[in-house]
Design a binder for this molecule. Structure first.
Ligand code: SF4
Ligand code: SF4
Ligand code: FES
Length: 335
């Protein structure tokens, strides 16, 4: 079948432009196969990254039809089926199936589909992604782990550092301090590792301001695009649980985080993002320094159109409220 590939081309510091390539392909061809053919048969100047062609190295992540994915994993047939696309970006009737390819987001473009991943790697480094050397220096014996201890690392160990989650991360888009989902998934891998002796220090670090777990807006995009099912948001939630366990008695903000979350969901069926930061960090307008620390982030969110100006309660608010009250009543009975 004939497919039209709309590829965003861009040089550093210039505006992106669409370039169209027509290709005769099979539904089972991967997007990477198609890009290779475009490069080898039509336009040798097209730039993109690739290596293993087998969903292992993470090099070929890019935005395919609007969502970040691995070009060597997705194929033409499933892309067309997914979109059932019949119109081109210009809105004209289009009988030829069309696939759009763009570079990853949240990182500057070097050329075409190649992005500068420096911030991605620097943010990974910021969570100290190594089992602490202090524990490695004990000389007498190896660091044995039980199968159960090892199994705690399976999911996060699958990360291939492709950058798809980072590309889609809403928090990264507005908060340059936030380390990103890949880094926090790796951070949990360290927290869960029975050989690591720095757990408390790590948890302190991931608990700081909005650079760690509290910077995440829980948009779920990272979980939905990750090609290896690492589920970064799930790992972020596990770190939060560790923080809450460790700091329950001493840290007002951690406790408030949980209370505000439940109160807001009970009130409106889901979280009113406008109130969340003000109540947790600003302590219901009592913590002036906390409130001021939110101002730059709030302004960036408004400028990027990511600050909700209004809130509508969920249609299921009454049911959600009943469920929360039932669970709270059970908790009160047990304690
Ligand atoms: S859930 Fe959090 S970490 Fe994941 S993409 Fe959304 S804001 Fe980023
Ligand atoms: S968590 Fe998933 S999407 Fe993010 S870098 Fe790792 S493999 Fe890629
Ligand atoms: S080329 Fe290695 S993951 Fe796609």
């Amino acid at each position: 079948m004939e497919v039209r590939f709309q590829v965003i081309r861009q040089q550093q510091n210039s505006s992106p432009v669409f370039q169209t390539y027509l290709l005769e392909v099979e539904p089972g061809n991967t997007i990477l196969d198609c890009l290779n053919r475009i490069k080898w048969e039509q336009d040798g100047s097209l730039a993109y990254r690739k290596n293993c062609r087998n969903t292992i190295c993470g090099s070929c992540a890019m935005r395919i039809n609007g969502r970040s994915a691995l070009a060597c994993k997705e194929n033409v047939g499933s892309e067309i089926a997914r979109l059932q696309k019949t119109r081109s970006p210009s809105g004209e009737e289009n009988t030829i199936p069309e696939i759009t390819i763009a570079p990853l987001g949240n990182m500057p473009v070097i050329k075409d589909l190649v992005v500068d991943m420096s911030s991605f790697w620097n943010n990974l480094e910021a969570v100290t992604p190594y089992v602490s050397t202090a524990s490695r220096q004990i000389p007498e014996r190896e660091f044995l782990q039980t199968p159960q201890e090892r199994s705690l690392l399976d999911q996060t160990g699958n990360c291939i550092m492709c950058g798809a989650c980072y590309s889609e991360c809403n928090a990264r888009e507005v908060n340059p301090d936030f380390v990103g989902p890949h880094a926090l998934a790796k951070a949990y891998r360290m927290v869960a590792d029975s050989r690591d002796q720095e757990t408390e220090k790590r948890i302190e670090n991931y608990n700081e301001g909005t650079k760690g777990v509290w910077g995440c807006t829980r948009c779920l995009y990272c979980d939905s695009v990750c090609p290896m099912e690492v589920a970064p948001l799930e790992q972020i939630t596990k770190i939060k649980q560790e923080i809450l366990k460790l700091k329950q008695a001493s840290d007002g903000r951690s406790i408030r985080h949980r209370k505000v979350l439940v109160d807001l969901v009970k009130e409106g069926g889901w979280v009113d993002e406008r109130k969340f930061g003000l109540h947790v960090v600003g302590n219901y307008f009592r913590d002036l320094r906390g409130l001021l620390s939110l101002a730059p982030l709030g302004l960036r969110m408004i400028s990027k159109g990511k600050f909700p100006l209004s809130f509508e309660s969920s249609e299921g608010t009454q049911q959600v409220r009943s469920l929360i009250e039932a669970v709270q009543a059970l908790g009160a009975k047990d304690s």
